[in-house]
Design a protein around this ligand. Structure first.
Ligand code: NOJ
Ligand code: CA
Length: 692
């Protein structure tokens, strides 16, 4: 039900001439906990401020723009009108963590004219939800600001204290960093990035610039998350901190010549989002970012399916075989891929990702060539017709891989043919990739042009009924609601980084990701590594996986994605078939989700209900510290028995010394029971509850 009601009675205009900014409007969340005020000063400065449960969380923060063409600064305004509406509706995501989402907010539109030239107009639209605030700029159709170039967006987030912050360095090209946890005053992005010497494209913006989603916790226990929603036709936002006032200002990603965005009015920017709660668990269950995205643009979604897959992939990463065809180590040869198809069929996986199937891998990295891949020419030892027929008989889909090596223009010139080629070979899912510099123009991964590119790929793929997941893209902002075929993205340091020399992961990483990267949407994290020392095929390798085996299982629940890979390869799964059973059983699409406990950087425990079934699945993870947890099973249906299979770290387990020690226990439980979980250092616990 959608209701739009005017509630001018709730909105009061006050003109208190004594204060530096007159309060022009006040609006509160449906539950009254969040209050947003818009102020305008004599000078023409327009600001907003936000409180949560009577505590200020955003102090007066300025709004505005600097344009390059026409050369205008839009930061002195007159407020010429204020409108308000409210919405309370529900909608159903095609795939998701829950089957129904409530979209309940109050909206304020503040209509401004430029104090210096009344012809220039700008609106700001605020939406206040129970779980936070979103606001965006709206450039209406007008005479002077018509086709315009943005020099800078001047939005501020003026924080009320020196908060504990989970941050990574601002960088226009990669979000594959570890997170740093410091006070705001201690942020030093340049120093943090220097430790990460192997990130090829490292272009740190400056010591005080960080990426979003940015997670913070105040001294009195309020959790705050700043990000953006519906990033469309606009560059990604980073944030630059003024340490004297704890004020962040937006820092948009420039294009190859330094401009930020080329726009045409009417235009609406992405939403700037602030998710807030005094419970960390509520940050993780917030649907604010999804609610601020447009509904699906794809009318017939019947072909969009959640999926689990294995892949001709990790064996290349650990040096068992190669992407390129040289010598006798080419991984993607017909016979080898058949063994993967057999394994997927035997264990009930939907797909097999095949990387290194196409010509070009001899010369794909580091040479910045524009036409390395054509996306339709298989290597001579990869018989695509034979494999298409073989996969069909086995009821398995081959998942396509389009590594663009950063040559996004080449990909756009060829993607029609590439998607047609996929259709001809009965493939319906593609993993794309953008390793390296974006060529030929030297765009950034986060620039307006690339933001549009990722979207064009999702739209073009939808024309061919193809599902997409992108590696090395811009940070996600909830667009999987609008393009439900865009199943997942990487866009953060994934499990595969366990194999990166000098970099790797840390045990707390997966307890931070849900509060940061995952706020924007599902991640292809590729859990499911069962072999922990990565020198199996290359004795010189010192890399290793920094979790226990039980934690690798728990990640299927704590790291939401409708597309999940079982990352390791068959030979390693075969050593732990009893634990592999959890990966076989765990669904990837859910009707309900409850975040039972969470603290960024420390632990996360989530239960989810399988869509269309009565079964529940639990994932609990911890950082480097062992942890005991008591879980009440009151989420289960009353008067119903379930078979619980508990996959738990053994008493002697430890990510460092004994990662493979796990125990599997079965018991019959009801919603009156509690379970005591014991997580090792760097450990986890996974449980399936199957209704009897
Ligand atoms: C980086 C991706 O993240 C990884 O999954 C892939 O195997 C390589 N690029 C090669 O495309
Ligand atoms: Ca910790």
């Amino acid at each position: 039900m959608k209701s739009t009601i005017f509630f001018l009675n709730l909105l009061f205009l006050c003109f208190v001439s004594a204060c530096f900014a007159q309060t022009k409007a006040v609006i509160s969340s449906p539950n009254q906990a969040i209050v947003l005020k818009v102020g305008a000063a004599q000078s023409g400065n327009v600001s907003y401020q936000i409180s949560y449960k009577n505590k200020t969380i955003i102090e007066p923060s300025l709004l505005g723009f600097a344009l390059k063409k026409p050369e205008i600064t839009l930061n002195k305004f007159e407020v010429v009108g204020i409108d308000s509406t409210a919405v309370d509706e529900t909608w159903k995501p095609v795939l998701g963590e829950v089957s129904t989402i409530r979209n309940n907010y109050k909206q304020l539109t503040v209509r401004l004219i430029d104090k210096n030239n009344a012809k220039n107009t700008l609106n700001i639209i605020f939406r206040v939800f129970d779980d936070g605030v979103g606001f965006r700029y709206d450039f209406p159709q007008q005479t002077a600001i018509k086709h315009f170039i943005v020099k800078d967006e001047l939005t501020q987030f003026n924080l009320a204290g020196n908060h504990k912050t989970f941050w990574m360095p601002g960088d226009y090209d990669t979000n594959e960093y570890l997170y740093n946890t410091t006070k705001l005053s201690e942020i030093d992005a340049t120093k943090a990035a220097k430790k990460e010497t192997d990130i090829a494209l490292q272009a740190v913006i400056g010591p005080n610039t960080v990426q979003t989603p940015l997670m913070m916790k105040t001294a009195d226990g309020i959790y705050l998350n700043i990000h953006e929603a519906a990033l469309v036709n606009y560059p990604a936002m980073h944030l630059t901190l003024d340490k004297a006032t704890f004020t962040f200002t937006t820092h948009l990603t420039p294009d190859a010549v330094g401009n930020k965005a080329y726009l045409q009015a009417p235009f609406q920017t992405p939403w700037r989002t602030i998710v807030v709660s005094d419970k960390a668990t509520e940050i993780l269950s917030s649907k604010l970012i999804l609610n601020l995205n447009e509904p699906s643009k794809i009318a017939d979604v019947s072909w969009i399916k959640p999926q689990k897959f294995i892949g001709m992939w990790w064996e290349m990463h650990v040096g068992k075989s190669n992407w390129y065809k040289e010598g006798n180590k080419h991984g993607a040869n017909t016979a080898n891929v058949k063994t993967y198809i057999d394994y997927a069929a035997k264990h009930g996986f939907d797909g097999v990702l095949v990387e290194g199937w196409n010509e070009g891998w001899e010369d794909w990295f580091g040479n910045w060539k524009e036409n390395v891949f054509d996306f339709i020419t298989p290597y001579s030892d990869y018989d695509i017709n034979e494999l298409t027929a073989y996969a069909k008989v086995k009821g398995v889909k081959i998942i396509m891989h389009h590594e663009t090596s950063g040559s996004a223009t080449n990909y756009e010139r060829r993607f029609d043919k590439a998607f047609q080629f996929m259709q001809d070979h009965e493939m319906n899912t593609v993993k794309t990739g953008y390793v390296g510099r974006i060529i030929p123009r030297g765009e950034h991964h986060d620039s307006q042009w690339m933001v549009n590119h990722y979207q064009r790929v999702a739209e073009k793929a939808a024309e061919y009924k193809i599902m997409v997941e992108a590696h090395e893209p811009v940070h996600p902002t909830g667009l999987h609601r609008t393009y439900p075929n865009w199943l997942a993205n990487e866009a953060a340091r994934g499990n595969e980084f366990n194999n990166a020399p000098n970099l790797g992961l840390v045990p707390e990483h997966e307890t931070i990701l849900p509060f940061t990267r995952l706020m924007g949407g599902p991640m292809d994290y590729t859990p499911g590594f069962f072999c922990f020392q990565l020198n199996q095929y290359d004795a010189t390798r010192k890399t290793r996986v920094k979790t226990t085996l039980a934690k690798q299982l728990a990640l299927y629940v704590t790291m939401y994605s409708p597309l999940q890979m079982a990352g390791d390869f068959p030979e390693n799964f075969d050593k732990h078939l009893d634990a592999f059973q959890f990966i076989k059983d765990v669904p990837v699409d859910w009707s309900d989700t409850k975040v039972l406990e969470a603290e960024p950087g420390d632990y996360v425990t989530i239960v989810r209900k399988q869509k269309g079934e009565e079964n529940w699945f639990l994932g609990a993870i911890t950082d480097e510290n062992a942890r005991k947890s008591t879980v009440k099973l009151d989420f289960l249906t009353e008067n119903t028995s379930y078979k619980a299979t508990v996959y738990q770290d053994a008493a002697a387990a430890d990510w460092k010394t004994n990662p493979e020690a796990y125990v599997i226990e079965q018991k019959i439980v009801t919603n009156k029971d509690t379970l005591n979980l014991q997580l090792a250092n760097g450990g986890g616990c996974a449980i399936s509850f199957i209704k009897l």
